[in-house]
Design a protein around this ligand. Structure first.
Ligand SMILES: [Zn+2]
Length: 396
């Protein structure tokens, strides 16, 4: 079989208007045999990218910037909830109907720290447009019933002991995620690296915070961010752009441009970066009920000035040294007037992090950063101002 090694001929030029859309840019990308169209919907401002290629598997994806302002997991709970029916498709679990009852080759939904996307694909054109129509309707016009919020988010129910306890699909899912020390470590590192930004929040939801979310806040989040103005549509495959535009004009009819700010702020600390030799922000996250309660993990993450080396180097070094340093700390614990501290890194997840990262370090840097690490750990453990959070991990 001969593979056509060319991009499809362009069917529009920049500046063209069709079906209420404005073609902003057309580019042929020969490496991937694609003709790319960047398009904007004039009425709503919805942005669209179509990668036209000779592939009969067509993909439709609608996504929104959904930066969270807290860790109640509202983007994640919405991701689950919109798929539970719209006015036009008032079924209890449309997602599973589409999964089983169509010729889809891919269907899913993803919550990221700053966006939520809903992709679906099929090799059969009629099936593709049917899937895209239902998916877009679910996302743009969901019912968001109170029962759905309670079921997907959180509610109270009697547990096996007859006690009232919080439950909910996302709540339970996140309780599972928060029982992994490694997952907690990455969440803590991300929060420490990007303070004052949405990345410091957990878009998936912290089980401690999920029950704070109200039904009204949940609906308001959808109203704010799930508008075509904030949407990014992505299409790929062999269906001509013209057909997509005719289809999308119908999907987006009835919506107007709205004013909203979904931009990601640059945090104040990062804009003031200078070299002092000290980390700009430091915090440690440990697991275990009490520090002297047997094996615990201590995870340290910090924000360093850029001139200190690449961020990856500093972090790699800090983390690589942590396990070794913490065990050496046990020798420091008798420092006069200091609180007795005993930390051991007996957990294999700490060792795996250490092993992966150590390989990337160069020897001369190691000793320099090891000294910084030593000072950092001392600061953390012995300074009254330092903050060490201990996570109640169910794996303990
Ligand atoms: Zn989920």
């Amino acid at each position: 079989m001969q593979v056509k090694n060319v991009c499809p001929p362009p069917t529009f030029a920049a500046g063209d208007k069709r079906h209420g859309f404005h073609i902003l840019r057309v580019e042929q990308i020969s490496e991937i045999r694609v003709t790319a169209y960047e398009i904007e919907h004039e009425r709503t401002g919805a942005k669209l990218l179509h990668l036209h290629c000779d592939d009969r598997e067509n993909l439709f994806s609608i996504g929104f910037r959904t930066p969270p302002r807290d860790s109640t997991g509202v983007p994640h709970i919405l991701e689950h909830s919109v798929l539970a029916g719209s006015e036009r498709y008032p079924l209890k679990d449309v997602f599973n109907e589409l999964l089983r009852g169509t010729l889809q080759t891919f269907i899913n939904a993803f919550t990221y720290p700053d966006k939520t996307i809903y992709p679906v694909a099929s090799q059969e054109k009629r099936d593709f447009f049917n899937l895209a129509r239902v998916y877009a309707d679910l996302v743009l016009r969901p019912r968001l019933l109170r029962e759905t919020f309670l079921q997907e988010g959180h509610h109270l129910e009697f547990d096996a002991n007859g006690e009232l306890a919080v439950s909910g699909i996302v709540f339970n899912e996140m309780k599972g995620a928060y029982s992994s020390p490694e997952a907690l470590m990455y969440k803590a590192i991300q929060g420490n690296l990007y303070p004052e930004t949405p990345y410091a929040c957990d878009s998936e939801g912290d089980p401690e915070r999920i029950p704070d979310l109200t039904y009204e806040q949940f609906r308001a989040f959808h109203r704010t961010f799930y508008s075509p103005t904030n949407a990014r549509l992505f299409l790929s495959g062999n269906i001509p752009t013209e057909e997509h535009l005719a289809f999308l004009a119908e999907i987006l009819a009835g919506f107007d441009r709205v004013t909203l700010d979904s931009s990601i702020p640059i945090h104040a600390t990062a804009s003031k970066l200078g070299f002092s030799g000290d980390p700009l922000a430091t915090s440690a996250t440990g697991t275990g009920k009490r520090i002297s309660d047997g094996p615990s993990l201590l995870f340290i993450s910090s924000l360093w000035p850029r001139r200190c080396g690449s961020a990856a180097d500093v972090h790699a070094s800090l983390l690589a040294g942590t396990a070794a340093r913490c065990s050496r700390l046990m020798d420091w614990r008798e420092a006069p007037g200091q609180k007795r501290m005993a930390i051991s890194s007996a957990d294999s997840s700490a060792r795996s992090v250490r092993a992966i990262i150590e390989a990337q370090l160069r020897a001369e840097r190691r000793s320099r950063y090891d000294r910084q690490l030593e000072r950092l750990v001392r600061q953390l453990l012995y300074s009254k101002r330092s903050e060490i959070n201990f996570i109640k991990s169910s794996s303990q």
